[in-house]
Write a protein that binds this ligand. Structure first.
Ligand code: ATP
Ligand code: MG
Length: 562
């Protein structure tokens, strides 16, 4: 079944695809998502995943997951498995079409021999440094390698011996013979194969020569009959080379490369090298640390996959790089969670309240709505008793004018329960407030006031006798700079306040025993999810996002200025 976007909502890529289908150029479309398994997927990748799998679904085609595993020194099985898990979690399915560039090593090798026989490739004995020095610059043409005019026979012999393992790493490469004077440096005899005596996560020690990205990528596309090879802008200058290979090899199909702008996010680093450094140096707890921009980190943080897909849709496609505001991502997360997350009460920094006129040992179970945005979520009951906890910051002994919450002599509403009035403040020897003694008004059950009197604040609370102890981890941006690494050292931009761990929190009984990754709203505080460090005795919650929607504010300001 196809669900094609309306012509107005089409971006330039969907436009091209729709035209190619309409003109009959392709009977159906095939795309691919081609990660290199040298790290975990991040939010930038999700843009490419949503695009490739998205257009395939919209136009009734299919999308392959292809690992671009051509550099064994950096690639690991752990990454392959994590990538598969994350693509599935995001909501996409490659079905039978999971592939590896390493599946094509033999075919790619055969095609390299084909290029050599046609005089289109040669073995070069220059070192990597010498090759670089010969390459020239944007303003100067390159120089020919002294090995460039080797005969076909010698090239075939040397290349076969490279494969047989006769030469040490770095001593020889296979290069395409194109044009050392080309204005496009990618066409100045690019390297196709290098010698690497390294164990590959899938092919083991079967190979000691490995194809470069440029050589492997387009040919893998052609083998899989990819119709539209969508990639990020930095490959635009590689497109002539991509096409050169297709022109000079007996490939079974002719894919077309189309570039789009990569996603950049404020407050976020996305280079895998930097993410790896954060993990290796123990600056974060792992690839899935909830502060990481990885999909596994976002999952652990509590971001729903729908929110990431929505974000990707809102960002859209462009042909020029830009930086997207992190607040937009959070806005999408709130949007989805507002509709889907049950409300619960949790007290993060507890202050004891004794209701002096409430019966000792008496308990009432009061009805509480699960989600005002979703009738079908139903309701639950919460226990009320003589001893409660409220949030420490909801009380001030000597409140300033704007503080409407609890204070000596003042009345406030306890959500779903009663109105209470603070009668007495109990302090410890150090003068710190340790307990409030309050009275409640039995006529205000459920938080209503039969006499119509108003109170200015409604507080969340839990029953001391029933509350469950919990640990709560408050996360914020990992970096305090909106553009980390704009100076040279991105680590200098790390925020000292990216994680605050609260122990001794008290949460309502309905929050005990939830499965890992369950997402809830703590009333008045934000959205939280159950962390995998939870135990039956001690649930651990991660703050996904606060309730303040800074993006909505940014939008409103924009409207007002218009
Ligand atoms: P590396 O630094 O290892 O080259 P990479 O980010 O290019 O990392 P790949 O695994 O090669 O990682 O990326 C897989 C696919 O995801 C590629 O098609 C790439 O263009 C795309 N991609 C990577 N980063 C982004 C991004 N920030 N926005 C959009 N697409 C991205
Ligand atoms: Mg890459």
């Amino acid at each position: 079944m196809t669900d094609q976007p309306s012509p107005e909502s089409r971006d330039f890529i969907r436009e091209i695809i729709a035209n190619d289908l309409a003109s009959g150029k392709h009977p159906g479309i095939v795309t691919r998502f081609p990660p290199e398994p040298n790290g975990y997927l991040h939010i930038g990748h999700s843009k490419s995943i949503c695009l490739n799998f998205g257009v395939a679904a919209e136009f009734g085609g299919r999308c392959h997951l292809r690992f671009d595993d051509t550099n064994p020194t950096k690639e690991e099985m752990e990454y392959i498995e994590a990538i598969q898990r994350d693509v599935r979690w995001l909501g996409f399915d490659w079905g039978e079409h999971g592939y590896f560039a390493s599946d094509y090593f033999e075919q790619l090798y055969e095609w390299a021999l084909h290029l050599i026989r046609a005089g289109n490739a040669y073995v070069d004995d220059l070192s990597a440094d010498e090759i670089r020095a010969h390459r020239g610059t944007l303003t100067e043409p390159g120089r020919h390698s002294p090995y460039r005019n080797r005969g076909v026979k010698e090239n075939l012999d040397l290349f076969q011996r490279m494969r047989a393992g006769e030469f040490p790493d770095g001593t020889r490469v296979l290069r395409a013979k194109i044009d050392m004077a080309s204005g496009n440096i990618n066409l100045r005899d690019p390297v196709l194969y290098r010698i690497l005596h390294a164990t590959h996560p899938r092919t083991g020690d079967a190979w000691c020569i490995y194809p470069t990205y440029d050589y492997a990528h387009g040919q893998s596309d052609a083998i899989e009959h990819i119709t539209h090879s969508l990639c990020t802008l930095e490959f635009e200058d590689h497109r002539p080379l991509y096409d050169w290979f297709l022109d000079n090899l007996p490939v079974p199909s002719r894919p077309r490369q189309i570039e789009f702008a990569r996603l950049n996010l404020s407050y976020t680093v996305m280079s895998k090298r930097r993410l790896l450094q954060l993990v290796r140096e123990g600056i974060v707890a792992g690839w899935d640390d909830p502060r990481m921009p990885t999909l596994s980190g976002m999952r652990r943080r509590g971001f729903p996959p729908e929110a990431i897909r929505l974000f990707s849709e809102k960002v859209g496609l462009a042909k020029r790089d830009s930086v997207v505001d992190y607040a937009l991502l959070e806005h999408c997360v709130r949007d989805v969670l507002n509709r889907s997350a049950d409300r619960r009460m949790a007290v993060l920094r507890p202050l004891k309240v004794v209701i002096t006129n409430y019966g000792e040992g008496e308990v009432e179970w009061l009805p509480a709505v699960n989600n005002p945005e979703d009738q079908s979520a139903g309701s639950r009951t919460v226990p009320f008793g003589r001893e409660l906890f409220i949030e420490r910051e909801d009380f001030m002994e000597d409140p300033p004018k704007q503080f409407y919450r609890l204070a000596p002599g003042r009345e406030v509403r306890l959500r779903y329960a009663y109105l209470i009035t603070c009668q007495e403040v109990v302090k410890d020897g150090a003068g710190d407030v340790v307990e409030l003694r309050c009275t409640y008004d039995p006529a205000t059950r459920g938080g209503t006031t039969p006499d119509g009197r108003r109170v200015k604040a409604t507080l969340h609370w839990v029953s001391a006798a029933h509350a469950v102890p919990a640990e709560v981890r408050l996360y914020d941006h990992l970096f305090s700079s909106s553009e980390p690494g704009a100076g040279d050292d991105f680590l200098a931009d790390l925020s000292p306040a990216s994680l605050e761990v609260l122990r001794g929190c008290r949460v309502e009984p309905a929050l005990a025993g939830l499965p890992v990754e369950a997402r809830v709203q703590f009333e008045r505080q934000g959205y939280f999810c159950v962390d995998l460090d939870s135990t039956p005795e001690l649930p651990v919650f991660n703050r996904t996002v606060t309730l303040r929607d800074t993006w909505a504010k940014i939008q409103a300001k924009g409207e007002a200025n218009r």
